[in-house]
Ligand binder design. Structure first.
Ligand code: THU
Length: 123
């Protein structure tokens, strides 16, 4: 699956977002190294900080199916990832992060490019 196809999956799932407060629907799709795809959407809550972003929702689904850091190859996201999600993308050691920028052009980065001088904790 190409990064553009992964983004198409993210786009399609975004309509399932639960975002009654911001009305900003986000979709994400992760590709595992063994070829599986897990999708996620943002899920908001009336207590605002309790909401979860689409990227973390997709990664949590992959983890629930047994994935661990290093098992996920790429993610497509319908929006630029927030700072907290960039830390998750770094921790799970993805190779590629693809999302559209202004004008719709797709960009692809390594997590380290999105989060320089990263912080780690020995597991
Ligand atoms: N959001 C995401 O799902 N991913 C991001 O990386 C950026 C922000 C969501 C959170 C919230 O539900 C909505 O977008 C508006 O901030």
């Amino acid at each position: 699956m190409t990064d553009a196809e992964l983004l198409e999956r993210a786009d399609a799932i975004a309509e399932h977002a639960y975002a009654p407060y911001s009305r900003f629907h986000v979709g994400a799709a992760v590709l595992t190294r063994d070829g599986r795809v897990f999708e996620g959407v943002n899920v908001e809550n009336a207590a605002y900080p309790l909401g979860i972003c689409a990227e973390r929702s997709a990664l949590a689904r992959a983890v629930g199916e047994g994935c661990r850091p290093g098992d996920v190859e790429a993610i497509g996201i319908t929006a630029s990832p927030c700072g907290g999600c960039r830390q998750w993308l770094w921790e799970f050691r993805l190779d590629r992060v693809t999302f559209p920028v202004r004008g719709g052009e797709l960009v692809t980065y390594a997590p380290a490019e999105l989060l320089p001088d990263t912080w780690d904790l020995d597991a």
